[in-house]
Structure formats: C-alpha cells, structure tokens
Design a binder for this molecule. Structure first.
Ligand SMILES: Cc1ncc(COP(=O)(O)O)c(C=O)c1O
Length: 341
C-alpha cells in the first residue's frame, strides 16, 4: 500500500445488495444482445486453441495500423503487467490521479515508480514529466478525473528512448475520439491501450488490445502467456471493431455526453460540491466536497454506492467518483446529495 493508497481498490468493491451502483464505470444495459449472441456462437469453437490472426487484422483495420503493430490482451490490465515485465525502465513515471493498476503492476515487477501528481484543474503540462523519464504512463481520458488531455499535449511527451503508455480504456466514451492517439505511427515509443470492458460491458470476458510500434509489440508478445486471450474474447474484438459497432459506440458516447451535461447542470444547483477538472469528458465525474469526508458513507446509508476517491494518489476523502447514468437516476442522486450536504 504505497503512501497509504490502496492501489488494488476498485469500484466493484463498493457495490452491494440494495445499492444504486454509481461506483462502476461500465455502460449500463451492456453487453448488447447482438454481441452476446455472437459470443455465444463462438463457444462452438472452444475445442481449438485460440487463433488471434483475424482479431489482429480487425484491430489493424479499425485503427489504420499493420497487424504487426497490434496485440490482443486479456483486458488493458494484462497489458500493464506485460509492459511491467517486459520493459526495464530506469525512471518510470506515472501521471496521477489515474487508474492505479499501472503503478501496481510496475511495483509488482520490481520497478521504482515516480509520481507526477496533477493538481488544481488537473491540466497536464508536458514539462511536468521529468526529461529523463524513459517510461511514462498517462490515462486519456483519465480515470477517475474524467479529464481529456489534448492529443497534442500527450504527443509532446513522446521522444526517442522513452516508452509512452497512453491508457485509452475510456477513449470510446468520447464522441469521435478526437484526442485518441490510437492511429498515430509517427510518435516514437507510443503504446496505446484499449479496452472492450467499459463501452461493451465485457469486464468479465477480459479483452482489450495494444497498439504500438512493431518492435514493442514483439517485446510484449514475448512476455505474454500463450493463448491468454480466449476465442470468445477474440470474437468480441472482431465484433466490436466493425464500422457498425464503432458507430453504435459513438451514438452511446453522444447520449452519454447529454446525460453528463444534465448531471453537471443539476450539480451546479447544489451547494458544497464542486466538479474537479475542466470539461469532463468520460462516463463519470470526480466530485469534491470541501470540508466533508463523510459523503461516501452518507450516500451509502441512503442506498447510493459511489466510488471512494481517497485510494487514488493525489486525491483524498473529500473526493468521490460518480458514474453518469440516465437522467432519472441522476436527478434522484442529486437530490440525495443535496440532502447529505
Ligand atoms: C482507466 C482504466 N484503464 C484500464 C482498466 C482496466 O480495463 P480492462 O478491464 O480492459 O483490464 C480500467 C478498469 O477499471 C480503467 O479504469
């Protein structure tokens, strides 16, 4: 538990019977029936070992990359572990507040981790990251802050001799993915991680993928256990990288943006709470209640599960993360929050 932060804590530990779940960031109502049907059909091939070729081609086509530049993983979480095991960074830097598994994986592999902790409006300035850092991990959009850094800011962190890992697990919650670097092949050492967990409701399947220069993919692949991505997971990649599926994800992202704007407007009428970060862009908001560290428990007592903030480096118990749901749910939540405050 480095510096008292429980890096292994996750939102799913906060949900429980009888609680409205605003703690987990997986899109509600997922996976869609058409996807479940495709996954079910893929079970007919379970006797054979998985063959990732078609899934790699599908990822490559979706992002305009070569097959050699993509690698399926058992969730972005597996990629953090592979990177930590395969790379030998002399100075690893993780930009916080962000998802804690990258730092946990680096530490578990024996690497020292330096933190760059963003404050104030959570804007990232390329100069915040030490020049000597040869491994940098940043989330975009970032969990738990919902901040979407401009592509140019992230790109400015890339340089020869450095591996720049951009966790884009939530990129498809942003309509049009304007700040995604997934298709960029001009940036040295750029590793982009994608996940099918959030938008497609596949947390239990374990599926995502890595986009990186071919030589980095070769390094990662050498560290990967054989067949760690199952046949149904590979089928999910094929199903979710089609043009139709990507359009469906984009429509969901647009609907999410409207629900989030609705929640932001409602929160603006509540005294004692502020939204951290300018222009939140993902499927959740980071809320701060100055002077109040009991809000999570008080909400819980009233039947609402939100994700505690204090396990994230750079945050404290005045913070909670709240998933954006439909307007009726959000209106009810805001009234309970008003009462608590
Ligand atoms: C920012 C971020 N990256 C990665 C992950 C892990 O995703 P996966 O389920 O693909 O391992 C999560 C899950 O909470 C996350 O929030």
């Amino acid at each position: 538990m480095p510096d008292g932060h429980d890096l292994a804590h996750h939102g799913d530990a906060e949900v429980g019977p009888g609680l409205v779940d605003l703690a987990v960031n997986v899109r509600a109502g997922t996976p869609p029936a058409w996807l479940t049907e495709r996954l079910t059909a893929s079970l007919a091939a379970l006797a054979a070992y998985p063959d990732a070729t078609a899934a790699r081609d599908a990822i490559a086509a979706a992002h305009g990359r070569d097959r050699a530049e993509v690698w399926p993983v058992a969730g972005a979480a597996e990629a953090f572990v592979l990177l930590a095991r395969a790379l030998r960074p002399r100075r690893a830097v993780v930009v916080h507040p962000q998802f804690t598994e990258p730092e946990a994986a680096l530490r578990a592999a024996g690497h020292a981790v330096e933190r760059v902790v963003l404050g104030g409006d959570l804007t990232l300035h390329p100069g915040d990251v030490p020049e000597e850092a040869d491994l940098v991990v940043v989330g975009n959009p970032t969990n738990p802050t919902s901040v979407l850094h401009p592509a140019a800011t992230i790109a400015a962190l890339a340089r020869p001799g450095r591996v720049l890992v951009v966790d884009e697990a939530f990129a498809d919650t942003v309509p049009g993915e304007p700040e995604s670097l997934a298709g960029r092949t001009d940036l040295p050492g750029l590793v982009v991680l994608r996940s099918l967990t959030k938008t497609w409701g596949l947390a239990g399947l374990r599926v995502g993928y890595v986009l990186a220069p071919a030589e980095l993919i070769t390094t990662l692949a050498a560290a990967a256990p054989p067949w760690s991505v199952s046949t149904p997971a590979l089928e999910a990649i094929r199903a979710c990288t089609t043009t139709a599926a990507r359009e469906e994800a984009d429509r969901a992202a647009s609907a999410l943006r409207e629900d989030r704007d609705h929640l932001l407007a409602a929160l603006a009428t509540v005294d004692g709470v502020e939204v951290r970060g300018t222009a939140p862009a993902a499927s959740f908001l980071l809320l701060r209640t100055p002077g109040r560290t009991d809000v999570r428990d008080a909400l819980r007592d009233r039947g609402w599960a939100v994700r505690r903030g204090d396990t994230f480096p750079g945050l404290d118990a005045e913070h909670v993360r709240v998933a954006v749901r439909d307007r009726r749910t959000m209106d009810a939540f805001v009234e309970v929050l008003r009462e608590v405050l």
